[in-house]
Design a protein around this ligand. Sequence first.
Ligand code: URA
Length: 485
Amino acid sequence: MQTALLDLSAHTVHLAGETDFAAWRDAARRLALAQIRPEDVAWRVGDEPNEGLPEPVPDSCLRVSREFVERAETVACHSDPERFALLYRMLWRMRSEPALLKIASDPDVRRFEAMEKSVRRDIHKMRAFVRFRMVGDDQRYVAWFEPEHFIVERNAPFFVRRFTGMSWSILTPFLCAHWDMTEVTFSPGAEKRDAPGDDAVEELWLTYYQNIFNPARLKMKAMQKEMPKKYWRNLPEAPLIPRLVAGADDAAKEMLARMPTVPAPHHAKVQARHWPADATPASENDGAEANSIAELRDAAKACRRCPLWRDATQTVFGEGPDKPDVVFVGEQPGDQEDLAGRPFVGPAGKVFDAVLGDAGIDRQKTYVTNAVKHFKFEPRGKRRIHSRPNAGEVQACRWWLDKELALAKPALVVALGATAALSLLGKAVPITKMRGQLVERDDGLRVFLTIHPSFILRIRDPDDKEAERARFLDDMLEVKKLLAA
Ligand code: URA
């Protein structure tokens, strides 16, 4: 087939090497200027004389976009023997179709893009998976790698920059690159047996790899996508991976426990904005005289009723209309609420909003608040882990909740979870047993009990999660019925 093609082509260009883009460019220019059609040209690699290659045309100019030339240079590294013919065909077509590269549905463009992507990926893989081993006593490092495409020359400058201070060779089946700390040279391809086996450096690397392996970041699918199995055989650390993966859960827990407990600096900055040094102390304005929710909210900004204000970013007060039919009471603001200064805007808030929507309750017409107005957390590294408020903190913050309810005068209050129930009823109640029940307080306030939406978030099994969400929706439908009645 190939011989027939050769015989039929009036013009055969021989490039000196697989990646001889400069020669392709020169020949393509001459051929195009001489109006030689792509189907009349055969592109070969090998040290043979060209046949029918026109002489350069002096003073003539072929306009080609810089984008095409740059991308074509990448495509030229592809291992497909047809790549140079494709590039010339595209160059030819672009003279009458200047926007060809933008036509994503064009078969030539599709092929061009796929080749470009494949070469880029291979370049990236080589950077990630080359592993040097020391050879002999002369401090020379050698690596074996099997690229899919002709990318060794393209990638050599990267390794020079990365490993400038050591002498190295990267051996591949097609071409080898060598760096002697002065210049890069290339030699013909090698065999795997030319590359050295285990050595002391490898042991060091294995120890290093075990230490940098981050079990908390373990994502098996992404890992296999990034590190396809074909590369594993040349990676000294590959045999370690199954053991490290198997122990990842325990290792992640242990790592979390070992992490420093300093909150991220940006929390301190936001906190400083909300806690100015001259903030009104609670004793001066405790909200006792407040005539509206807005005044109450203002007073609560300087609350010092319990120590939680110290670490929290700001007071997260309730929000909603002044005279709502229903007040929802949660536990305490979470990480996102603490930073935003608004209740139920984080992950639990999203569940809450969605279920409320499904039940046909408009959140804008409800008042949403918390039993405790400051975020209580434990710092773990850069994360702040929610910590449940204790009975004393709940009691201290009842001051604000009582006042909110006294001003809002809702027909119904919904306790979302055990902490809200404790605050509203003054005693601990078994929420999973009592959920869905309506309790009337001595002062006549009706309190409907249900779970906290974060309970749904914590369920792992998808069926159980869905079932719990459905139960929560039933509770919200009941709330809607109670309001209608
Ligand atoms: N959980 C709560 O109880 N309240 C919030 O505002 C957010 C999460």
